[in-house]
Ligand binder design. Structure first.
Ligand code: MG
Length: 202
């Protein structure tokens, strides 16, 4: 099982971090040890700027390689939301020096996910409304119809290079509104107005 993440997939977030719109999906991975499906996120002590990035996530239900876009959806079993917790201070330093992001994106609990919903309960995966609130105030809100590269294309693109396996989780990028979290914050995530994620920051 692996965790595949897509960066820079919403124009408004690319603009807020002053990045360039990519020609191809930007892909990175998180080790499975970073996965957290509990209701607690413990702040790491090596960063002074841990930020939330809410993302729609898809679970792979069937192995495949070199998948045609027309067949992509048959490889998805469930959908949910995840928070791609990011040490922005470390990421900015690494980006400035042209170095990889590894510890900016991969640390304990940095891949915190909601409960997952059966894909059959979603009427249109290219029209999923999702949002994140912090301490009761909505801070991120978007729709999967605003992705630069949609999930069908992402599965096609990723599977050209690496086999996707049952149980893999795909993070599909965050919209604007990313921000710093602090101890005692409460984060809540919604898909189509249904709350499916609730995290207390310790
Ligand atoms: Mg992200």
């Amino acid at each position: 099982m692996k965790i595949i993440c897509v960066g820079r997939n919403y124009v408004d977030h690319i603009e807020e971090l002053k990045n360039k719109i990519p020609n191809d999906p930007v892909i990175f991975f998180k080790p499975t040890i970073t996965l957290n499906s509990s209701s607690i996120f413990k702040m790491p002590n090596f960063s002074s700027n841990i930020q939330h990035e809410i993302e729609v996530i898809f679970e792979v239900g069937k192995e495949g390689k070199k998948i045609d876009e027309s067949d992509s959806l048959s490889h998805i079993s469930r959908v949910g939301i995840g928070i791609d917790f990011t040490a922005r201070d470390i990421q900015n330093k690494n980006k400035k020096n042209g170095l990889p992001w590894a510890f900016a994106k991969s640390f304990d609990d940095s891949c915190t996910i909601s409960r997952l919903l059966n894909i059959n309960n979603i009427s249109d995966i290219n029209n999923i409304d999702f949002s994140l609130s912090k301490n009761g105030i909505k801070v991120q809100h978007s729709n999967t119809n605003l992705m630069i590269f949609n999930i069908k294309y992402l599965i096609h693109f990723i599977s050209q290079k690496i086999t996707i396996e049952k149980g893999d989780i795909i993070f599909t990028g965050t919209p604007k509104g990313v921000g710093k979290i602090s101890k005692s914050d409460k984060l809540e995530g919604f898909i189509n107005n249904e709350k499916i994620l609730s995290i207390n920051i310790y």
